[in-house]
Design a protein around this ligand. Structure first.
Ligand SMILES: Cc1cc2nc3c(=O)[nH]c(=O)nc-3n(C[C@H](O)[C@H](O)[C@H](O)COP(=O)(O)OP(=O)(O)OC[C@H]3O[C@@H](n4cnc5c(N)ncnc54)[C@H](O)[C@@H]3O)c2cc1C
Length: 368
């Protein structure tokens, strides 16, 4: 490997925080390296907020069309062309990604280097980047920002290796409508797909091991959502744990669950696991830089988003806590205020409307 290239700033990941930070630093005259191993724009643009909300919009149109007669508007038979839904979604995603790409290209040049590849720490303040088009590069900087996000947690119940399991990314690529979608997980991602596919016309069963859906929300909110779901014809099994899964004849899937009333066998055509996310810290090997992680692999930061290694910061989902685009964007604002505008912003006073969220003491991470 050739000699390390020195930068003023390195940003790993191009998502909600990671995409604005390099631009802000480059505009301030710093020499910046931005590294991305996947698609520019990260989860939100490519496989999170943008595509889901686009598909939710299609599902709402199907829902309204079916209810048209209630409003005195008569339509013909309603059918959903999932391939057309998917193409529309893809168009939106590409538009959003290109929009971001053009912002980067506008500042790309001597002050901003975009490296397509996977970064991993090889020493404190030093990263090795395995470039997508071959070869590796070693780069260093006194300031490093980790915005590597998270990915879907894999289902590990008995028999899982014998059936296809969808996650939040692969379910958006289905070409035909599931006849009966079984969803394990009643958090916001599970709910979003549950309602969407019900409105597209699938039968949907939701399995949640907590006593109610949306455990992080106030009880009255989650009760109301459950009521609406049941009214829409979704089967909601709360306090229910998935135990075992296996193939049934005709391409169907059998799921054994433990409900408060005892064991029950469910069968469906498709299975979605929406059981949480895991941080992208394994490939990054932060331990090589002495960066502390919590027991679940999230990077520990203080209120100013600094890790235990001075000059190394983490933002977005990879530091744990509420996993939202606006949280990641606000992390960027905190860093910009403190490091470019000589301010003193902190995550401590940030208002996040979640029921189980306590104010975060320094060095704390939120539980899922
Ligand atoms: C299905 C779904 C729907 C969602 N809907 C919403 C919503 O409606 N509203 C909302 O607020 N939030 C939503 N979210 C959450 C939101 O997408 C995330 O909170 C947000 O994307 C987090 O951004 P981030 O900054 O942590 O980075 P991410 O978006 O996770 O991006 C991290 C980037 O880092 C790159 N990377 C990782 N490791 C490396 C490495 N070693 N080297 C180089 N690059 C690396 C990845 O390729 C990725 O591009 C949704 C998420 C999902 C999954």
């Amino acid at each position: 490997m050739s000699k390390a290239t020195n930068y003023d700033v390195i940003v790993i990941g191009t998502s909600q925080g990671g995409r604005f930070l390099p631009i802000a630093f480059a505009k301030a005259g710093r020499k910046v390296a931005l590294i991305e191993r996947g698609q520019l724009g990260g989860v939100c643009v490519n496989i999170g907020c943008t595509p889901t909300k686009t598909m939710v919009a299609s599902a709402r149109v199907a829902y309204l069309a079916r209810r048209g007669a209630l409003y005195g508007v008569h339509t013909g038979a309603i059918s959903v062309d999932l391939q057309a839904v998917r193409e529309r979604k893809q168009g939106m995603v590409e538009g959003a990604r290109n929009n971001f790409k053009s912002r980067i290209t506008a500042v790309q040049g001597p002050d901003l280097d975009l490296l397509k590849g996977e970064a991993r720490f090889s020493a404190p303040k030093t990263l090795e980047v395995s470039l997508a088009d071959g070869g590796t590069r070693e780069i260093t900087a006194p300031l490093i920002f980790i915005d590597t996000g998270a990915r879907p947690k894999q289902l590990t119940i008995k028999g899982v290796e014998n059936v296809p399991v969808l996650n939040s990314t692969t379910i958006m690529e289905l070409e035909t409508l599931p006849e009966h979608l079984l969803i394990i997980g009643g958090g916001y991602i599970g709910l979003e797909f549950g309602q969407m596919f019900r409105r597209f016309g699938s039968q949907v069963t939701m399995i949640e091991h907590h006593p109610r859906l949306l455990m992080n929300e106030d009880e009255d909110v989650s009760d109301e959502v459950t009521k609406i779901f049941r009214e829409d014809g979704i089967t909601v099994l709360s306090g229910t744990t998935a135990q075992q899964v296996g193939p049934l004849g005709g391409g169907h899937i059998q799921l054994t669950v433990r409900t408060p009333q005892g064991e029950q066998q469910l069968s469906g055509s498709h299975l979605l696991a929406a059981i949480g996310r895991v941080p992208n810290t394994d490939a990054l090997s932060p331990e090589a830089a002495g960066i502390h992680l919590d027991k679940d692999g999230y990077i520990r930061v203080n209120g100013q988003l600094e890790t235990n290694v001075p000059g190394v910061y983490a933002l977005g989902d990879v530091k744990g806590g509420p996993a939202f685009t606006h949280t990641s964007y606000d992390d960027f604002r905190i860093l910009r205020t403190n490091l470019l505008e000589h301010g003193s912003a902190s995550t401590q006073d940030r208002l996040v409307p979640l029921r189980h969220l306590h104010r975060s003491p320094a060095w704390a991470c939120w539980p899922e």
